[in-house]
Design a protein around this ligand. Structure first.
Ligand SMILES: CCCCCCCC/C=C\CCCCCC(=O)SCCNC(=O)CCNC(=O)[C@H](O)C(C)(C)COP(=O)(O)OP(=O)(O)OC[C@H]1O[C@@H](n2cnc3c(N)ncnc32)[C@H](O)[C@@H]1OP(=O)(O)O
Ligand SMILES: Cc1cc2nc3c(=O)[nH]c(=O)nc-3n(C[C@H](O)[C@H](O)[C@H](O)COP(=O)(O)OP(=O)(O)OC[C@H]3O[C@@H](n4cnc5c(N)ncnc54)[C@H](O)[C@@H]3O)c2cc1C
Length: 664
């Protein structure tokens, strides 16, 4: 039935102010107003239709993406949208495109690594999209190991130019988004060589294609690397391959904030740490954490609404069957994901603050918080993207068979999302970076250096090695200090155990390789502690709205106790809690799930997603699932004709032959 809200009875159950929660989710009333306006603008414009993506072939799909990108820019200019509004509009278009890399990496790379002069020259061109850029770092043979890149950039003092060359097949740039077909320019990373000396990896602005006819410039071979996972999905992006054959660029196209090459060919390092060459990755990892909460909340919104619509078993006395959301097993799978979506939102907010703070300090030549920023962005990127990818897949299963249909929105969401576990740093490689930071922190404890920021708890390591949880009844686990105490003790003990084992190796690098599994686990425990503690910090703020804070407290406890239950082995084997306390946490979880149940639909409504953005029949706001699923099936091109192409050609003769054989 059109126009009827099939979920109204669920919405009436909410015990909190959903509109106030929308503001908390968006970050502020202003952010909510802008995102609401931009999402409706996109949803109401047929040019941004996206329900046919899975049916399109690669070329059609790609052309469609280019049309949308050009149209989005036209609308941004016509409507005189601010930078904030434009960025929101692009995100609600919801289609991976070359513009993600242009705005998300090319522009930030120039901003972060360019000199004032370079910013003046390149930023206006990029911001007006008079040039389109990408981020060309990864090579066919080298991705994680950035120091291992092979592309050479050799200074030629005779002409005051750099010569860029791809000396081997494995040095071909491979993967950069937007590179394959569209970018006119790239920030290319290669080994800087002056006077025969290799100075390691640096970034350079390189023009790839003519601004007149879009053909590759001399010496450049460039193309798309081919179809990727899933139909539609990330295939709207032209991930590319690029080779250089002694391509020349002017000296002033080296990004020279960190170090520079003089006219005479002298390599000069500034006082800025060389790791700033990796700055763009830190920036993007930070944004990926907030995006994780968006992707997970989309999947959770679909699975929650559908779980309230779907009924199986339990029809008694003429009553309808039970809503599957009432099954405790469904709640125990779904509600921790709902809690994780909120947890990632708040840790993402905090990480944005940390990043902004580091940037302000860098301007004042204070580089002291850079290692913390690197460890936090790397670790939280890893933790949140792995949990979100697994969470989207769990949401698909929570929707039963219908979750496997493209019209559920979940297969495409998963296919688009899952490479976040790999790009911008493989998740295991990044956790190993966190582990290095933890081991370094522990090794410096003896020197009197006080750990600060997210490793400050290591300063209390002696106390944490001895501490015992004082939880005696299930409700004690609602106390934030009980939860924090357990998570801090577990993280500290896992790191200390690694440090002790490492000290047994005469060669620390050998030890690091040998113990890498334990180190990854220690890093994960540390990152979970950060998420829990930032959720708790968020709850210290003034949060207005009837029942909003109380419900967030419930979600915070669910996030923490779910992970305590999931990693019970860790908590028990490190002796942080007893098995009795572990089972009390589980008892408390059951009660928390019951508190979420009447509020579940309200909590996903608070994400304020339009049906266009969700792109899911199962997650429709009005819950009118079955008639729409039925309608949608008939739209499949296979149903255009009663008898499909190929039947007369292959199946009819086969049937006839089989019938003939049977008669013989
Ligand atoms: C649905 C519609 C919307 C669509 C949404 C799509 C979203 C669009 C956005 C993006 C699209 C996708 C973008 C993907 C782009 C990419 O993938 S770009 C390529 C990214 N590549 C990587 O991330 C490579 C990973 N590897 C590394 O980062 C590093 O090489 C490493 C961290 C593994 C370090 O290797 P190592 O060789 O050990 O390090 P060194 O270089 O020797 O340096 C060691 C010291 O430097 C410190 N350090 C390392 N990284 C950083 C950093 N980033 N910042 C600060 N410091 C850093 C490290 O801690 C060491 O310090 P110490 O010496 O003090 O121990
Ligand atoms: C969709 C997509 C978009 C991308 N976009 C861009 C882009 O715009 N620009 C760009 O430059 N790049 C881009 N990339 C490349 C991406 O950044 C790399 O693929 C990523 O950094 C992982 O590196 P890799 O492929 O070399 O993986 P590998 O390092 O080869 O990983 C393979 C396996 O080895 C393991 N491994 C590697 N090193 C270690 C270690 N030290 N210890 C333990 N295990 C290890 C990994 O965990 C993994 O299991 C993109 C990739 C994808 C998939």
């Amino acid at each position: 039935m059109e126009g009827v809200d099939h979920l109204a009875f669920e919405r009436n159950k909410a015990q909190f102010d959903v509109d106030a929660m929308k503001i908390v989710w968006a970050g502020s009333s202003h952010a909510l107003e802008v995102s609401d306006r931009m999402s409706r603008l996109v949803a109401s414009d047929p040019a941004f239709r996206k329900d046919n993506r899975a049916m399109l072939g690669r070329k059609e799909l790609f052309k469609n993406t280019l049309r949308k990108a050009a149209y989005a820019l036209k609308r941004i200019i016509e409507l005189r949208l601010s930078e904030e509004e434009a960025s929101m509009l692009r995100s609600f278009v919801d289609e991976p495109a070359f513009t993600d890399l242009h705005w998300g990496m090319f522009v930030p790379a120039i901003k972060g690594q360019g000199t004032e002069e370079q910013l003046k020259k390149w930023l206006p061109l990029a911001q007006k999209m008079q040039i389109i850029g990408c981020y060309a770092q990864t090579e066919l043979g080298h991705g994680s190991n950035v120091q291992g890149l092979e592309t050479t950039v050799t200074f030629d003092p005779k002409t005051d130019e750099f010569v860029i060359h791809s000396p081997t097949l494995t040095s071909s740039k491979w993967w950069p988004g937007g590179l394959g077909k569209i970018s006119t320019h790239a920030v290319v990373y290669g080994r800087l060589i002056t006077d025969g000396q290799d100075h390691g990896v640096h970034g350079f602005i390189v023009q790839l294609r003519s601004l007149d006819d879009h053909l590759p410039l001399p010496g450049i071979t460039v193309g798309d690397i081919g179809m990727k996972f899933g139909n539609g999905a990330y295939n709207t992006m032209d991930n590319g391959v690029l080779r250089f054959d002694h391509v020349r660029i002017p000296r002033d196209q080296m990004l020279m904030r960190v170090s520079r090459v003089t006219r005479e060919g002298k390599y000069v390092q500034s006082n800025v740490p060389r790791q700033l060459v990796y700055g763009t990755m830190v920036y993007v990892r930070q944004t990926i954490v907030s995006d994780a909460s968006t992707a997970l909340s989309r999947a959770v919104c679909i699975a929650t609404r559908y779980s309230a619509v779907r009924r199986q078993f339990g029809a008694t006395g003429g009553n309808p069957e039970s809503q599957v959301i009432d099954y405790k097993t469904q709640q125990a799978r779904l509600f921790p994901l709902l809690a994780s979506a909120y947890a990632f939102r708040f840790v993402g907010e905090w990480l944005k603050w940390l990043y902004t703070d580091v940037m302000t300090r860098l301007q004042a030549n204070d580089f002291s918080t850079l290692p913390e920023a690197h460890a936090c962005t790397a670790g939280l990127k890893s933790l949140t993207t792995s949990a979100t990818s697994d969470g989207i897949e769990e949401c698909r299963k929570l929707c039963g068979g219908h979750g496997y249909l493209c019209s559920s929105g979940l297969p495409e969401l998963f296919a688009v999302y899952v490479p976040t576990c790999t790009y911008e740093g493989d998740n295991i490689v990044l956790l190993l970076q966190v582990a290095r930071h933890l081991m370094k922190t522990i090794s410096q404890l003896g020197s009197g250096k006080k750990p600060v920021g997210t490793v400050a708890y290591m300063g209390r390591v002696e106390q944490l090695m001895e501490s015992r949880s004082d939880v005696q009844k299930a409700e004690d686990w609602l106390n934030p200090s009980a939860v924090l105490g357990a998570f801090e003790a577990r993280a500290a003990r896992k790191s200390v155990a690694c440090a002790k084992n490492l000290s047994k190796f005469s060669n620390p690098e050998e030890g690091f390789l040998e113990l890498s599994n334990d180190l990854v686990e220690a890093a994960r425990a540390h990152c979970q502690l950060i998420v829990v503690s930032k959720f708790i910090d968020k709850l210290q703020q003034d949060i207005p709205g009837k029942g909003v804070k109380q419900l967030l407290e419930v979600l915070c406890s669910i996030y923490a106790l779910f992970h305590l239950h999931k990693h019970l082995g860790d908590f028990l084997s490190t002796g942080c809690i007893t098995s009795k306390q572990g089972s009390l946490a589980n008892d408390q979880l059951r009660s928390l799930y019951s508190q979420v149940r009447p509020n579940a639909i309200g909590l996903v409504d608070a994400f304020n997603y339009t049906d266009h953005y969700l792109s899911s029949i199962l997650g429709r706001y009005d819950g009118n699932v079955y008639p729409k699923l039925y309608e949608e099936a008939w739209k499949d091109p296979l149903n255009d004709s009663v008898i499909p192409d190929g039947f007369q050609e292959y199946i009819r003769p086969m049937l006839k032959q089989q019938l003939r054989n049977a008669r013989l």
